[in-house]
Design a protein around this ligand. Structure first.
Ligand SMILES: [Fe+2]
Length: 253
């Protein structure tokens, strides 16, 4: 029997409840998303690349450059299926950035004051980020270098750019309010204080491209090895042309 329209909808990777939660909060946690055997494979590749092990802190390098996991985190079919679902096939990206936060035993841990939006590395806007995903190679406890995010802050960014659409190009950094508040313009006054993504290896947090976020200091003994994947709209120039009233105009959810 051919699948009905309904069963095809059921086959989408995210349920309606998950979509609703993502839309309301700007993030969605997917526990155990990456299979254990894939995580194990990644660990072997990562530590093999560095030529040391998790138990040899004396041999850990200061920097990790050029490492790419196989399978590539953002190219995994399950994750691409989600990007396909939320973007209706119009989001392109994936890949894998690797960001390691080695332990800083002597540092004091504090919650970051403010975060940032991806897509603005220097002057101007590289691309308007639609959605990102983060996972860890090893379990990360509180104060262990977690990805930190401001829940529901994507609404603030939408409101800001809706009122000042030309600033999407990055000129929000040339304003008096930037002088006064910096990235806080996208997180101050949000509904909740910032939160750490405390998670097991292979858990995934899906985050809206306008969710204000930050790295954080790792004062725990275990390194925080983060994998990041990002998606932009295939027609990024069109996305930047105007900011629609409906924050989900360019999405399929
Ligand atoms: Fe970022």
């Amino acid at each position: 029997m051919p699948p009905s329209e309904n069963s095809r909808i059921d086959e989408q990777p995210l349920t309606q409840d998950q979509i609703d939660s993502f839309k309301a909060n700007g993030y969605l946690v997917l526990p155990g998303f990456v299979a254990d055997d894939v995580v194990a494979q990644w660990r072997e590749q990562f530590w093999g690349y560095l030529g040391c092990t998790l138990d040899e802190p004396d041999k850990w390098p200061e920097k990790v450059e050029g490492f790419k996991p196989d399978p590539m985190f953002g190219d995994m079919p399950d994750l691409q299926a989600i990007a396909q679902q939320v973007g209706g096939g119009h989001f392109s990206g994936g890949g894998c950035g690797v960001a390691v936060r080695w332990p800083q035993k002597d540092a004091d841990w504090t919650m970051p004051d403010s975060g940032h939006l991806d897509g603005y590395p220097g002057e101007g806007c590289q691309a308007v980020l639609m959605v990102g995903a983060t996972t860890y190679l090893h379990d990360v406890e509180s104060e262990g270098g977690c990805y930190v995010y401001w829940p529901a802050s994507h609404h603030l960014a939408h409101r800001y750019f809706r009122h000042q659409p030309d600033r999407i190009e990055g000129t929000f950094r040339e304003t008096p309010e930037w002088e006064a508040r910096g990235w806080g313009i996208f997180s101050d006054g949000g509904p909740e204080p910032p939160r750490q993504f405390v998670a097991r290896a292979g858990d995934v947090i899906l985050w809206h491209g306008w969710l204000c976020h930050s790295g954080s200091t790792n004062v725990n003994p275990s390194p925080r090895v983060g994998f990041f994947a990002r998606w932009v709209h295939a027609d990024d120039a069109m996305v930047r042309e105007s900011i629609p009233e409906d924050p989900w105009h360019h999405w399929a959810i």
